[in-house]
Design a protein around this ligand. Sequence first.
Ligand code: TMP
Length: 224
Amino acid sequence: MTGAFITFEGIDGSGKSTQVRMLASVLRLRGMDVVQTREPGGTPLGARLREALLDAQEQVDPLAELLLYAADRAQHVRVMLRPALDAGRVVLSDRYADATVAYQGAGRGFEPSLVAEVVALATGGLKPDLTLLFDLSVAQSGERSRQRTTAADGGAHGHDRLELEAEHFHARVRDAYLQIAAAEPERVRIVDASLSVEEIHAHVLEIVVPFLENRGQWSQVKTQ
Ligand code: TMP
């Protein structure tokens, strides 16, 4: 495998999707071959699973939820991630397996050993080379999420099924992410997501540029 696999994680409202886009465009401007993807929904099958998984009207059993995220990931790994990495591309994924550990493990309460087994099955052992964890307090994320929803929406509209979970659910998810970062400090780097978009972007570059340089992948840069 010659590419680089970078994942973006964090609680809902942490601003990571904006940062994936900003990093992808900087790397592309530098002439790098970048694949920008996400979970759930990085493949055509995944897009259909995403719609079902996030539908606020859908009643999803927790085990079905765990397995549907795993199904999305199995398809994503085999159809998109592995081929892209084998071709030497830089893959930026908005969420990956840590999200299952945090949301279905800590959030829903599935046994860590079961979650680990399901993750291993779906990923076939594919791990990110680098993970950026966008850390934000649950109160701040709730505030951002409220700002996104206009009064005219009448409250619940605009929020997906997971976003509508209670505050203590999101607190468990955040703690689980921080525990993953503490356990794997080499792979998982924490980014303060309470800063401005531009400040966060600068911090992301401070982490990603040396990471790619060390792998000899920043040298693909085209002079502008
Ligand atoms: P997004 O809002 O970051 O696109 O993610 C969609 C939602 O799916 C988000 O609330 C987190 C949730 N999720 C899980 O619960 N488990 C997973 O394995 C993944 C990838 C996402």
